[in-house]
Ligand binder design. Structure first.
Ligand SMILES: Cc1ncc(COP(=O)(O)O)c(C=O)c1O
Length: 382
């Protein structure tokens, strides 16, 4: 066994030096004094756990997603995990999801006691609804679609299958704040929509934070219990549960950023559109699939390219923080060994992992920087 190091600080240091970067936190929190002043109010009040700022944030988030309830929790992962617990997932159940996602999607399923059952993706990186039914068994309890990079999945079809087969849908909308399908918010289709506020998400706090939204009063009640030790009040516990409350300090940061989320979203969309137009003309590059009825919010801008590893090295050498999200699909991770999957099981996801490359697309990237990236990609293939 190799020793486990905390690799995060080193990761920030090595990629943080590239001039065209995925990391934009210094610019984003240039107005930190305003936030610190509001945090000062929390410190003076002392309502550190589920304080007033959490209630205020939840009300705003429910409005943003046009849902009845928003429940702030410790992270996006916890929003997923607690949602599965709230719908009653237990040992031996199965949850259908995509092999092309971040580890947390599958981690939430497994830690809730269920078996992850993978279904291959489409060319737009999202789960293929046409393949879901053949993966359903008598043990299937839920479907967990992931709105990858902030593009909503084909939710009408997924909801139709789920309703017909008696399954719940827990949406991994961790990339999907402000994304819509036919005008309806990503995260508002299933029993639960789960969002992350990790520092590199479109709405990002100063550490970890997450939120689940729902239109079900009963589901919201269970989530509120589960995140706070199962407590009905100070002296009565309805169910022995967890401690995963959205931190009050983080709720202050999140509410501050909610005021900017329209601008953040529009800027990302504009930058992605600019990349699409220029990179779409390069034969070795495939830009993201677009649909007219979808607002895609580009938490990440993923293109697919030939000779990906060489292009990535070339871009990094020239100061562009080109990243791979992610090189190994979930079914081929060491952690997935107990489930018996093998290479070739999900050819689309595997091909995507072999060819995908993310370019910085956040609101602080300038047109000049985008032109530089485009020029470098053209030079590489020339
Ligand atoms: C698709 C997806 N799901 C879940 C998560 C988990 O979110 P968090 O980091 O807030 O736990 C992430 C975050 O990175 C993610 O990208």
């Amino acid at each position: 066994m190799t020793k486990l190091e905390n690799f995060l600080p080193a990761q920030y240091e090595t990629t943080g030096v590239l001039p065209i970067n995925h990391n934009y936190l210094t610019e984003q929190f240039a107005d930190r004094d305003e936030i610190l002043a509001k945090i000062r109010e929390v410190v003076v009040r002392g309502d550190f756990t589920l304080g007033r700022a959490v209630d205020e944030f939840e009300a705003q988030y429910a409005e943003l997603t046009q849902t009845k309830h928003a429940i702030g929790v410790g992270s996006g992962t916890d929003a997923l995990f607690l949602s599965l617990k709230a719908i009653g997932v237990k040992d031996g159940d199965e949850v259908i999801t995509t092999p092309y996602t971040f580890y947390a999607t599958v981690g939430a399923i497994v830690t809730a006691g269920a078996r992850p059952v993978f279904v291959d993706v489409q060319d737009d990186y999202n789960i293929d609804p046409g393949r879901i039914e053949s993966a359903i068994t008598p043990r299937t309890r839920a479907i967990m679609p992931v709105h990858w990079s902030g593009k909503p999945c084909r939710m009408h079809e997924i909801m139709e299958i789920a309703q017909r087969r008696g399954l719940e849908v827990v949406e991994d909308s961790c990339h999907g704040i402000k994304a819509t399908l036919d005008g309806k918010a990503a995260g508002s289709f299933g029993i639960s929509g789960c969002f992350s506020m990790h520092p590199l998400k479109n709405l990002n706090v100063w550490g970890d934070g997450g939120v689940a939204v729902t239109n079900s009063d009963e589901f919201a009640r269970k989530m509120r219990l589960l995140r706070n030790h199962g407590l009905m009040n100070r002296d009565q516990c309805a169910v022995f549960a967890y401690n995963s409350r959205l931190d009050t300090v983080q709720a202050v940061v999140a509410s501050h950023l909610l005021k900017k989320i329209d601008h953040i979203t529009e800027a990302r969309i504009a930058n992605a559109t600019y990349f699409d137009a220029a990179l779409g003309g390069i034969p070795q590059v495939t830009v993201p699939v677009r649909d007219a009825n979808i607002r895609q919010v580009f938490h990440i801008y993923c293109i697919r390219v030939e000779r990906r590893d060489e292009l990535q090295a070339f871009l990094v050498k020239h100061g562009v923080d080109a990243k791979v999200h992610y090189p190994i699909p979930m079914h081929l991770q060491p952690a997935a060994a107990p489930y018996g999957y093998k290479r070739g099981d999900f050819p689309k996801a595997e091909a995507i992992c072999d060819s995908v490359l993310s370019l910085p697309v956040h609101e602080f990237i300038t047109r000049d920087q985008q032109d530089r990236v485009i020029d470098l990609v053209r030079r590489f293939y020339a």
